[in-house]
Design a protein around this ligand. Structure first.
Ligand SMILES: *[C@@H]1O[C@H](CO)[C@@H](O)[C@H](O)[C@H]1NC(C)=O
Ligand SMILES: *[C@@H]1O[C@H](CO)[C@@H](O)[C@H](O)[C@H]1NC(C)=O
Ligand SMILES: *[C@@H]1O[C@H](CO)[C@@H](O)[C@H](O)[C@H]1NC(C)=O
Ligand SMILES: *[C@@H]1O[C@H](CO)[C@@H](O)[C@H](O)[C@H]1NC(C)=O
Ligand SMILES: *[C@@H]1O[C@H](CO)[C@@H](O)[C@H](O)[C@H]1NC(C)=O
Ligand SMILES: *[C@@H]1O[C@H](CO)[C@@H](O)[C@H](O)[C@H]1NC(C)=O
Ligand SMILES: *[C@@H]1O[C@H](CO)[C@@H](O)[C@H](O)[C@H]1NC(C)=O
Ligand SMILES: *[C@@H]1O[C@H](CO)[C@@H](O)[C@H](O)[C@H]1NC(C)=O
Ligand SMILES: *[C@@H]1O[C@H](CO)[C@@H](O)[C@H](O)[C@H]1NC(C)=O
Ligand SMILES: *[C@@H]1O[C@H](CO)[C@@H](O)[C@H](O)[C@H]1NC(C)=O
Ligand SMILES: *[C@@H]1O[C@H](CO)[C@@H](O)[C@H](O)[C@H]1NC(C)=O
Ligand SMILES: *[C@@H]1O[C@H](CO)[C@@H](O)[C@H](O)[C@H]1NC(C)=O
Length: 600
């Protein structure tokens, strides 16, 4: 029978069904979530000074990406900035799929006016993570938002269902925009003392009329008395470690970057740049007033540098039966300026709950990392910024990484030589510091030890994409093999970002079970910008398109491969709006439209 003989309604119906079934995920057993994010500038005044900030859909923080273990996440990102953009999904492991990682070693940047669709699974993961723009200090201007990966229903959570869920982004903030901040670093200057701390993109509550001369828009968390809430806290700042606390309330720690912790109460906790925690907070106070939520600069001496006093974020916890505004002094920070043992000891008490299931139903501690032999040790050292070819740069093991024009992973796929070298030294060498694109050649299925030695004067945090690592030890002084005896081989926290105190070391163990090319970086934005990063290449002997996922169809090409890139018609938000309408059509709407078309 010829198609043209069929009545038009049948044809329409068949065509619609075909369209529906060919939609990649909507009808498969695994659910998917779709997001459309528009990244664009806006003038906002979080600290009372108008400045050009980067928003996602018009706000800082941008929309929440809310998903569940193993669901597909499809995120179409429109770059409506005047410069290239990549969003990276901090803490998402992108198993076998570094194509979606959103850093220059794996992805070409999305040109201004273009959109690009990320697609990944939060495979065997749960917890609290975030996204941010990974290029050239853009994060200092905003562009971030949270990612929540929920448990599948079959996997129990080791605490009662909270009555609500809040995300709190804390971070130091400059009133200079990211291009001005970049200029400072390019000129060999420091960024200096930040102008404040934002909480969820907002300035401090006016707790002190000298420090906060003008009333500013501040964040309020509205709660009901007697209820318990999960509060997810991320430090999204540039370089300041922050002490987080809520006046008169205990913070019951339950999760650190995707791992359930042994539950313990803190009155305050240090959250270093790039780190995330979940607390359960019970509203057990009498609401005689509102309560302060504070994030204040850490390891700074305010008498020495009075400007640090303004590096304090203050939000308000408001009970529905509150009898008045918060007033009086802020709750005290730990009294240990220049004495970081308090902070380090606090960090050492954060341990994995080995009996709780994580993403899978088996207990988190069932992977006995402590009894696995280490296959290779990398001692990675940082020192204060130094001059290389008259440029002030930052290094790891004496090498300052220069951002590649062609992503390392694409260079490998196309067998291009000379883009980078697999020559990152396993320990600091007594050589002249140099610029380079140097990567670590790591073996798939290896089990490596990385010791970060901080010979800088500032605290650092390090993050490895694609993995979580066991933070088995940290201490002051120079690391040596004898320190291994002190490692926690049983319930060390498995997380994605660890702090390394100045004059101290932190040791982590990593099971190299995820093929790809993965960014290992300082989360301190200025140091990262100045070259403190390296890539870890975990090539699979089985080969591409066996263990590792195929390059996505929509891959962008640049650098040596730019000839392969097809042009895209640039969009702005207004011209994208018709696309948006199409994107927003959900299943129900399509059905309604189809029915409408069928009914004569
Ligand atoms: C759902 O996802 C799981 C884990 O990635 C995979 O093993 C399974 O094949 C998927 N099922 C379908 C129907 O796509
Ligand atoms: C972002 O904004 C666009 C345009 O208004 C809208 O279509 C989209 O749904 C928004 N995304 C989210 C996650 O809110
Ligand atoms: C996130 O998704 C979960 C599960 O799908 C849902 O229960 C929850 O209400 C969502 N949270 C938000 C803030 O949308
Ligand atoms: C850009 O967005 C359009 C409309 O949503 C979509 O069809 C297209 O695949 C996107 N382009 C890329 C490269 O992701
Ligand atoms: C940042 O501010 C400077 C002026 O201080 C201005 O020239 C520049 O265009 C701004 N950058 C952006 C991205 O708006
Ligand atoms: C406000 O802060 C200033 C500067 O730190 C301090 O001198 C003053 O005592 C504070 N005022 C109050 C009421 O706490
Ligand atoms: C934490 O503090 C709360 C009171 O705020 C208390 O009810 C709870 O028992 C404490 N939990 C632990 C594990 O100490
Ligand atoms: C509420 O608690 C505060 C601080 O603990 C206390 O000073 C006050 O007397 C209490 N008020 C009531 C009405 O119980
Ligand atoms: C903080 O700075 C002041 C002024 O320089 C100094 O007197 C004080 O000893 C410093 N405090 C600490 C703990 O080093
Ligand atoms: C680890 O190494 C030791 C000494 O080389 C060896 O005896 C032991 O069998 C190894 N353990 C495993 C699990 O491979
Ligand atoms: C780090 O500092 C220690 C102690 O000052 C010194 O012995 C060591 O050589 C330094 N290491 C590097 C790589 O600079
Ligand atoms: C990927 O591997 C599968 C299974 O070996 C094979 O059928 C397919 O053709 C391969 N695809 C490409 C593009 O190499």
């Amino acid at each position: 029978m010829r198609l043209s003989r069929l009545p038009p309604t049948v044809l329409l119906c068949a065509a619609s069904l075909f369209v529906l079934f060919s939609l990649p995920f909507s009808l498969s057993a695994n659910t998917s979530v779709y997001y459309y994010l528009e990244v664009y500038y806006k003038v906002l005044s979080p600290l009372g000074v108008p400045q050009q900030v980067i928003t996602v859909n018009g706000t800082i923080p941008g929309p929440l990406i809310n998903t569940t273990t193993n669901w597909d996440v499809v995120i179409n990102v429109l770059n409506d900035l005047n410069e290239p953009l990549l969003l990276t999904w901090d803490g998402m492991q992108h198993r076998r799929n570094s194509w979606q990682d959103g850093v220059l070693g794996t992805n070409c940047p999305i040109p201004p006016g273009w959109n690009w669709t990320y697609q990944f699974q939060a495979k065997d993961q749960i917890g609290s993570f975030f996204y941010f723009p990974s290029l050239g200090l853009q994060r200092a201007a905003g562009g971030f938002g949270s990612i929540t990966v929920n448990n599948r229903n079959t996997v129990p959570v080791p605490f009662a269902q909270p009555d609500g869920d809040f995300t709190i982004f804390i971070g130091d903030w400059y009133t200079k925009n990211h291009t001005d901040l970049r200029k400072l670093l390019d000129e060999g200057k420091d960024l200096g003392i930040p102008d404040g701390v934002l909480i969820n993109g907002k300035g401090p509550y006016r707790y002190n009329s000298t420090l906060v001369p003008e009333p500013l828009d501040y964040e309020t968390i509205n709660v009901e008395p007697g209820k318990a809430y999960r509060i997810r806290v991320h430090n999204i700042g540039t370089s300041t470690s922050l002490n987080f606390r809520i006046q008169n309330h205990n913070l019951l720690l339950v999760e650190a970057e995707g791992t359930y912790t042994i539950q313990q109460n803190f009155t305050n906790l240090d959250v270093h740049v790039g780190q995330s925690y979940s607390f359960l907070v019970t509203m057990d106070q009498n609401a005689s007033t509102d309560y302060y939520i504070v994030a204040s600069g850490r390891f700074v001496n305010e008498s020495d540098e009075p400007a640090w006093a303004r590096v304090t974020g203050v939000a308000i916890l408001h009970y529905s039966n509150s009898k008045g505004a918060a007033s009086g002094p802020l709750p005290d920070p730990p009294n240990d300026i220049y004495y970081t043992s308090y902070s380090m000891n606090q960090a050492k008490t954060i341990k994995m709950n080995t009996s709780a299931g994580a993403a899978r139903p088996n207990p988190q501690g069932s992977f006995h990392y402590g009894s696995i032999n280490v296959t290779h040790t990398y001692l990675i050292s940082s020192v204060p910024p130094l001059y290389i070819n008259d440029k002030r740069r930052s290094t790891l093991n004496g090498i300052s990484f220069i951002p590649p024009e062609t992503p390392l992973r694409l260079a490998d796929l196309h067998e291009l030589k000379g883009v980078y070298a697999l020559d990152f030294p396993s320990r600091p060498k007594n050589r002249e510091p140099r610029l380079g694109r140097s990567a670590i050649n790591a073996s798939y299925k290896g089990f490596i030890e990385i010791v970060f030695q901080n010979n800088d004067t500032k605290i650092h945090t390090y993050h490895l994409d694609g993995y979580a690592f066991f933070v088995v030890g940290m201490d002051y002084g120079e690391w040596s093999k004898s320190n291994r005896a002190s490692y926690n081989k049983w319930d060390a926290i498995s997380r994605t970002t660890t702090q390394v105190y100045p004059g101290a070391w932190t040791a982590v163990l990593v099971s190299l079970d995820n093929v790809g090319i993965w960014n290992l970086r300082s989360e301190n934005l200025d140091r990262w910008y100045l070259g403190e990063e390296v890539y870890v290449r975990v090539a699979d002997p089985g080969g591409y398109n066996r263990t590792e996922m195929m390059v996505p169809d929509n891959v962008l090409y640049c650098g040596l491969l730019s000839a392969l890139q097809r042009a895209q018609t640039p969009h702005t938000r207004s011209s994208a709006s018709s696309l948006r309408v199409l994107m927003n059509l959900n299943f129900a709407t399509i059905l309604v439209l189809v029915l409408f078309a069928i009914i004569p």
